[in-house]
Design a protein around this ligand. Structure first.
Ligand SMILES: [Zn+2]
Length: 507
């Protein structure tokens, strides 16, 4: 079942700098479908009406509607109006115009005309375009611009979409990311790195302080975006963990399986799952760049035996052997090895609570814990970096799609016990499963899963007590309006719940 990737929607965002060269970021509301809980620069989708507003001094006509969209979205989300003549508005007038705009009473074009305001392209430095990777069910093609915050305007959480907007020094933002206190997307990371390392700092003649040359930073960023074609192959969840989604034949709506590279100087590769050679090549390129820096690959790991979790590991092993003469063992849980006999040669077993001593880019050691978390599959492994509070939950908890518990391989009692164990991991902060984006509030997400399964069990027990005796009858009673294609999966899931109810002595 091949799923087509979502078509990216045009969008625009603004990297706003204040007078001290701090940059504005905000946390996206955790309930948002797209990167909920991630830190981002304010911005959003281009609307057709954005093309009706003209931007003064705009030499690049293609960019015009993106600048307008950025201005509109920015005003909507954080209340800052990036227009010329805007200084004549009082704070109260701006708030009232904001209210007019988001309530739909006035369009941005009307607001600008009524108050003789205009957008000037000279206030915006274009830094390029980035496209959300294919694995995401919601995708954007976003143009980014650097702008300066007008005097006397202070960003605030003007709508619920963006929480706690704050100006932060780019270096401090990067430190928070390095400490795994925030999740940020690749364009945000690249922009912060550029602003923090700007080699074109110029001295402010009045204050004497160093200030980044915005134009140079924007040009550098633009080059980076152009060199990569605006494509994003992987996401650095923190400096230790890379999430590299690879195209696999997985269960819809997911289209990709996340491969993880954990560590740098000493690293492991988890679920090099794609059977597709062009996907494998993309991964090899990154792994090769690590080996060429002198980094060592300690293991190639298969998290569990499902078909969307293996298929590229042997190719990676052979590639490292042929190109660099390296011998890297393919490793998995003993039960996974048994299930994969004849398909993948597992050379090393990973047991519960086993640890991998890895090293980050600076050579600092850290420990990655392997956790046997059965339920979805018997030999299912999750991985935990306790110091950073980052859990790689494989197929136990995912960012996109649902987790199937299909007997006899799947076992609902084991699954619920695994979820409880993961939920109670010390210092747990974020998680990333094998499908979809990393999840902000790992504990909350796992609790959501537990509540969902508990609720489902209750419904199934009720249906059983009301006379529905087999999985097909129970599915009919419990899963109203289910697409025919999903019936069999639902029956499997009911079977798992019935097994648990029996084991618990409830039926
Ligand atoms: Zn699976």
């Amino acid at each position: 079942m091949e799923q087509k990737p979502a078509t990216p929607k045009d969008a625009a965002a603004i990297i706003l700098l204040d007078k001290d060269d701090k940059v504005l970021w905000a946390r996206r509301n955790p309930s948002l479908k797209f990167l909920g809980g991630w830190h981002a620069f304010p911005g959003g989708k281009v609307e057709p009406s954005d093309a009706e507003i003209s931007v003064k001094n705009c030499s690049d006509k293609d960019l015009e509607r993106f600048i307008v969209a950025a201005v509109r979205e920015f005003f909507e989300e954080v209340g800052v109006l990036l227009v010329r003549n805007g200084e004549k508005l009082t704070k109260g007038q701006r708030a009232s115009l904001h209210d007019d705009l988001i309530s739909g009473r006035s369009a941005l074009a009307e607001i600008l005309a009524d108050w003789s305001l205009h957008i000037d392209a000279g206030d915006f430095f274009y830094t390029g375009i980035w496209t959300t990777p294919q694995f995401s069910p919601v995708r954007f093609k976003t143009r980014f611009f650097i702008a300066r915050c007008p005097p006397k305007q202070t960003p605030y959480a003007a709508i619920s979409e963006m929480e706690t907007p704050e100006f932060i020094k780019p270096a401090e933002a990067l430190e928070r990311w390095a400490n795994s206190e925030v999740l940020i997307s690749p364009p945000v990371l690249i922009s912060l790195q550029e602003l923090a390392n700007s080699k074109f700092n110029v001295q402010n003649s009045k204050t004497g302080s160093e200030s980044p040359n915005v134009e140079s930073s924007a040009l550098n960023l633009l080059k980076k975006s152009q060199n990569s074609g605006g494509e994003i192959n992987y996401i650095e969840l923190n400096p230790r963990v890379i999430c590299f989604p690879l195209k696999t034949e997985t269960l819809p709506p997911a289209t990709h399986t996340n491969c993880f590279i954990v560590g740098r100087e000493q690293f492991v590769v988890i679920d090099a799952a794609s059977k597709d050679e062009s996907e494998q090549r993309k991964l090899f390129e990154l792994v090769d760049s690590f080996i060429e820096k002198g980094f060592a690959c300690r293991a190639i790991i298969v998290s569990h035996q499902h078909t969307d979790h293996f298929g590229g590991e042997t190719a990676l092993k052979n590639h490292l052997k042929n190109k660099f003469g390296l011998k890297v063992p393919i490793s998995a849980h003993r039960q996974t090895a048994e299930s994969l006999r004849g398909k993948v040669a597992i050379e090393k077993f990973i047991g519960d609570n086993e640890t991998f001593e890895l090293k980050d880019e600076a050579g600092k050691s850290f420990v990655l814990h392997a956790l046997a978390a059965p339920g979805h599959a018997r030999g299912h492994l999750c991985f935990y970096d306790e110091e950073k509070g980052f859990l790689l939950s494989s197929d136990n908890v995912v960012g996109a799609g649902t987790v199937l518990i299909a007997p006899p391989e799947g076992n609902m009692n084991d699954y619920m016990a695994s979820l409880e164990r993961l939920k109670n991991l010390p210092n747990l902060r974020f998680l990333c499963g094998s499908h979809g984006a990393a999840v902000f509030d790992a504990r909350g997400k796992i609790q959501e899963y537990i509540a969902h399964r508990t609720g489902r069990e209750k419904q199934i027990l009720e249906a059983f007590e009301n006379g529905a005796k087999n999985p097909a009858e129970i599915v009919g009673a419990v899963y109203a309006g289910l697409k025919p294609g999903l019936l069999r999966l639902a029956e499997k899931s009911v079977e798992a719940h019935l097994e648990k109810l029996k084991a618990d002595g409830k039926i």
